[in-house]
Write a protein that binds this ligand. Structure first.
Ligand SMILES: Cc1ncc(COP(=O)(O)O)c(C=O)c1O
Length: 461
C-alpha cells in the first residue's frame, strides 16, 4: 500500500520518506512517486490532498494517472482549510491519518492483536510506568472519570476534588453521580490549589478515599503541581488514592507515574497523544487495582467496569483476543502509529516535552510583548501545551477571533463559565510543536500580531 501526500507541487511526488517501520501493521505504507509506482504498482493508494496548500488540482492529475491501474484509491482531504489551533482535538501526523484509514479489520484478527498489545505497552512508556495497568477503551476522556468513580469509590465515600477550572466541576459531578461524598478545594481563577490548603484539608481528620487533580485545566491553562500533590497525599494520608485528570497534559507535560507514586492517570487520544478523538486512555496503579478488587459492592457501571475490561487488556497484552465490547479497531491503529512516533521516533519523549516548553515560551513571550495578559497568574502554573489569554482592554472575541480565522488560525474562545467572554485559548501541542519545519508557532504569533494591529486600528478609525 502506498501513501502520497500532496502538500505542494514541489514536494509531493518526489517524497521518498518512508513511514515508520510498521512491522506490526499488516499493511506497511510507503511514500511513493509516480515513477516508483510505474515500476511497482500498488493495490491500494492513499492520497492526502491538502487544499489549503494548493494541492487539490495536483491531486486530480495524480488520480487521473492512477485510474490507468487497477487500484483501490483512498483520498483524504482535511475537512478544514484553516489552521486549527484549539487545545484539542489537534492536527495529527500523516502516519496517524494513514493508519486510521486502515481497511476494516476484525478485532480478533491475529494482525490486530499485537497492535492492541503494543499500544498497551507503549502507553506505559509514555507515562513512565513499569507496573501501571493501562485501560484502552472506546470513549472520550470523560469515560476516564466514569472509570474512576465506578471502580474506585463506593457509595458515601469521601472524595476531594482539587479545582482549577471547569473540568474540576465535571469530575466532581461524575463522582457525585456514582454516590461519592465530594468536597472541592477551589482555587481562585488563574491559580492551582496550594499545597498548604491541601495539607490543611488532609489533616482535618476527614478520611478521603481519593484526591483528584486536573493536571492542566483546559478551561484556564492552569498547570497543577501533580508531583507535589501526590507527595503530600502520600505523606499525610498514605492510603488515599491520587487520580490525575491528564487529558490536556499527557505527552505535553512531564508525568512520572511510578516516580511520583500516582494511582490513576486518565487521558484521551485527541490532545498531546496526537490521535483522532474517541479513545479513553487510563492507567491504574497496583494500589488502585487492589482497592478495586477489595470493593464491597460491585462496580457501579456496566460499560466502565474493570471487571469487564481487565481481562480484555490482559488478553491482548499477552497476545490473545478477548471480547467484551468491540474495540475501536481503526483508532487503535492510529493510536499505535502515534505512540510509535512518541516513544520510538527520532525525537525522544524528553525532547518532545522540551519542545513544548520552548513553543509555549515563544507564544507567551509574544503575547506579553503584544500586551496580552495570561490567565494563569504564575509562570510556574502555566501549561506548556496551551496558552489562555485575556482579550486586551477594549477588544472582545468578535474583534479578535474572526480576524485570526481570516488569517487561517482558528483558536478557542473562553470556557470557564465565570469569565467565558473575557479570554481565548491557543493550543500548541503535538505535531505543530514537534514538526518544526511547519513553522506553526511562528504562524500563530504572526497572525496574533497582525490581528491585534488591525483590531486596534479599527477601534480608532
Ligand atoms: C482537562 C480535561 N479533562 C477532561 C476532558 C473531557 O474529555 P473529553 O472531551 O474527551 O470527554 C477534557 C476535554 O477537553 C479536558 O480538557
Amino acid at each position: 500500500m502506498s501513501a502520497i501526500r500532496l502538500s505542494s507541487p514541489f514536494r509531493s511526488l518526489i517524497s521518498t520518506r518512508s513511514l515508520p517501520s510498521s512491522r506490526r501493521l499488516t499493511r506497511p505504507f510507503t511514500m511513493t512517486t509516480k515513477d516508483e509506482f510505474k515500476q511497482q504498482p500498488h493495490k491500494s493508494v492513499i492520497i492526502v490532498s491538502d487544499p489549503r496548500q494548493g494541492s487539490s488540482s495536483f491531486a486530480m492529475l495524480y488520480i487521473d494517472f492512477l485510474c490507468m491501474y487497477p487500484v483501490r484509491l483512498i483520498v483524504i482531504t482535511p475537512a478544514s482549510t484553516v489552521f486549527c489551533r484549539i487545545p484539542g482535538p489537534i492536527e495529527v501526523a500523516d502516519e496517524v491519518l494513514f493508519a486510521n484509514a486502515h481497511p476494516s479489520m476484525s478485532h480478533i484478527s491475529p494482525d490486530f492483536i499485537p497492535v492492541f498489545g503494543d499500544s498497551i505497552r507503549m502507553t506505559r512508556e509514555v507515562l513512565l510506568t513499569k507496573s501501571g495497568q493501562p485501560f484502552l477503551i472506546s470513549g472520550s476522556g470523560t469515560l476516564g472519570w466514569d472509570q474512576v468513580a465506578a471502580n474506585l469509590v463506593e457509595q458515601g465515600e469521601n472524595a476531594l476534588v482539587l479545582h482549577s477550572g471547569y473540568f474540576g466541576d465535571s469530575f466532581n459531578d461524575c463522582l457525585e453521580t456514582y454516590g461519592a461524598n465530594v468536597k472541592q478545594l477551589k482555587a481562585p481563577i488563574g491559580r492551582a490549589v496550594t499545597s498548604s490548603e491541601l495539607e490543611k484539608e488532609l489533616k482535618s481528620g476527614k478520611k478521603y478515599k481519593i484526591v483528584t487533580v486536573t493536571h492542566v485545566d483546559t478551561s484556564t491553562g492552569v498547570l497543577s503541581n501533580v508531583k507535589e500533590v501526590a507527595a503530600l497525599v502520600r505523606r499525610i494520608s498514605p492510603d488515599t488514592l491520587v487520580a490525575v485528570d491528564a487529558v490536556c497534559s499527557v505527552a505535553s507535560e512531564e508525568i512520572r507515574f511510578d516516580d511520583w507514586d500516582l494511582d490513576i492517570v486518565l487521558t484521551a487520544s485527541q490532545k498531546g497523544l496526537g490521535t483522532p478523538p474517541g479513545l479513553s486512555i487510563l492507567v491504574a496503579s497496583k494500589r488502585a487495582l487492589e482497592v478495586y478488587k477489595s470493593r464491597k459492592s460491585p462496580p457501579a457501571s456496566y460499560y466502565a467496569s474493570w471487571k469487564k475490561w481487565l481481562p480484555i487488556m490482559n488478553a491482548y497484552e499477552s497476545g490473545t483476543a478477548a471480547y467484551f465490547a468491540t474495540p475501536p479497531v481503526n483508532l487503535m491503529y492510529a493510536y499505535h502509529a502515534s505512540l510509535q512516533l512518541i516513544v520510538k521516533g527520532e525525537i525522544t519523549l524528553s525532547e518532545r516535552l522540551k519542545m513544548h516548553k520552548d513553543a509555549s515560551r515563544a507564544v507567551k513571550d509574544a503575547a506579553k510583548r503584544l500586551g496580552l495578559k495570561q490567565l494563569p497568574e504564575l509562570e510556574e502554573e502555566a501549561a506548556n501545551g496551551m496558552t489562555a489569554l485575556y482579550f486586551p482592554e477594549g477588544l472582545t472575541a468578535s474583534d479578535i477571533l474572526p480576524r485570526l480565522a481570516k488569517r487561517g488560525v482558528v483558536v478557542a474562545g473562553g470556557l470557564h463559565t465565570a469569565i467565558k467572554d473575557k479570554y481565548f485559548r491557543i493550543g500548541h501541542m503535538g505535531l505543530s510543536v514537534v514538526d518544526a519545519q511547519r513553522g506553526d508557532v511562528n504562524t500563530v504569533i504572526r497572525a496574533l500580531e497582525d490581528t491585534l494591529k488591525e483590531a486596534r486600528a479599527a477601534k480608532l478609525a
